[in-house]
Design a protein around this ligand. Structure first.
Ligand code: UGA
Length: 405
């Protein structure tokens, strides 16, 4: 949609007819602030189809945005990528004009020039970088602020190995003034993983230091404010709490660990980044039990189910291990989230869902798991509140404890 906003004609292709129909009727199949407005504004520039043939014949560039989830051993599952590339290769065989295939999906370094290239060449009978362009252009958008991130990027990374792809991608992004890193395809792919792995490391570091500060009575937020002012360090992504979730950090760190092991490198630091992250949400329940030792049949209010605010996405949400543990302890959970309750209900139909945040406060104790703005408006007086995300107003609870403060 952002490319359409820049004035380009965009075809959306998906194998899921429900998504194609939704986009075709002007409805975004995912929740993202500002996206519906952008869709409405640019209806004339977009079309949605399940027909890869038409979408490739009538365009210059194909961005592959298929999901790359984790296998159970942490390695990346390329099934969707491979299937999309087979379809694309099949059409490239019949297309006379030069076409460029750009991998936007998050794939491990070596994937584009390896499996992706092999499938495209096999299916098309053509040669990459000669008969068709092949490039990598990873994305750095955050859910919940994706449009802002697209239009104000810190940098644009373009991995290329042929001049046509280079020129077309430079032209596509010519209106952006940020630095453009034009590099090889394997470097571009690696930049994406290292960015996410570093940010995840920063969060686990903040949480480990936060755990120390909690025990020594030192104010964690002030510590990181002071630390972040060093320009070599930077204050962003130092918010300690119950750890990182979402569809990217946990999966990407695991995939990098799996790649490291496959090339004989022991990724000690990355393994501990995951280790700290897995323990952190359970600390919230430990703290709760220091105030309410026996949770059996106690009513526990849970504020926040999404992995972060401004999204309905619950993938790897830190609320999941917390609910698991509460249920194991026999607690009755009443949960509230402004957007994510429908998604969470599919996973946990057995818990109660409140119709408002106020209703979730009607409990023996409250856990805060996502920092939604509306949680700053609640009256916490008379409540036991255990805060995993740093909601200032919650300090008004009769009992208040933060996970790292
Ligand atoms: C992340 C990256 O920030 C994007 O740059 C990247 O494009 C994206 O992954 C991706 O690979 O597609 P996202 O997962 O949408 O974006 O969300 P983040 O804002 O990075 O937050 C991830 C998790 O870290 C959330 O659970 C959040 O609560 C947690 N977090 C974030 C902290 O615990 N502390 C912080 O200081 C910041």
């Amino acid at each position: 949609m952002c490319f359409a906003e820049l004035g380009h004609d965009v075809f959306f292709v998906d194998v899921d007819p429900a998504k194609v129909d939704a986009i075709g009727s002007g409805i975004s199949p995912i929740y993202e602030p500002g996206l519906d407005e952008l869709l409405a504004k640019n209806r004339m520039r977009i079309s949605a189809t399940a027909d890869t043939h038409q979408a490739i014949q009538d365009t210059e560039i194909t961005f592959v945005c298929a999901g790359t989830p984790s296998n159970s051993d942490g390695s990346i599952d390329l099934t969707y990528m491979q299937s999309a590339c087979r379809d694309i290769g099949h059409v490239l065989k019949q297309k006379d004009e030069k076409h460029i295939v750009v991998i936007k999906s998050t794939v491990l370094s070596g994937t584009t020039e390896g499996v992706v290239r092999r499938i495209l060449e096999e299916e098309s009978g053509k040669i990459a970088h000669i008969d068709f362009g092949l490039a990598s252009n990873p994305e750095f958008l955050r859910e919940g602020s994706a449009l802002l991130d697209f239009f104000s990027p810190d940098r644009i990374v373009i991995g290329v190995a042929d001049e046509i792809s280079h020129q077309v991608l430079e032209r596509l992004y010519s209106s952006f003034e940020c630095p453009k890193v034009v590099t090889t395809i394997p470097v571009a792919e690696m930049i994406k993983y290292v960015s996410n792995a570093f940010l995840a490391t920063k969060i686990s570091f903040a949480n480990e230091i936060g755990n120390i500060c909690k025990q020594t009575g030192v104010d964690t937020a002030e510590v990181f404010w002071g630390v972040g002012l060093d320009h070599r360090i930077n204050p962003a992504f130092f918010q300690s709490g119950i750890g990182f979730g979402g569809s990217c950090f946990p999966k990407d760190v695991r995939a990098l660990i799996s790649q490291a092991e496959s090339v004989g490198v022991e990724p000690k630091l990355l393994k501990n980044v995951v280790g700290v992250n897995e323990k952190q949400p359970l600390k919230l329940v430990d703290l709760l039990q220091s105030h309410v030792p026996d949770l059996n049949k106690r009513r526990i209010g849970l504020l926040g189910l999404a992995f972060k605010p401004n999204t309905d996405d619950i993938r790897e949400s830190r609320a999941i291990p917390i609910v698991e543990r509460l249920l194991k302890e026999g607690a009755n959970v009443i949960a509230y989230d402004p957007l994510a309750m429908n998604n969470f209900r599919k996973l946990y139909p057995q818990i109660e869902y409140a119709s408002s945040a106020e209703d979730a406060l009607d409990a023996d104790a409250i856990l805060i798991t996502t920092e939604w703005e509306e949680f700053e408006e609640l009256d916490y007086s008379g409540k036991i509140v255990i805060d995993g995300r740093g909601i200032e107003k919650a300090r008004g609870g009769t009992v208040y404890e933060g996970v790292c403060w």
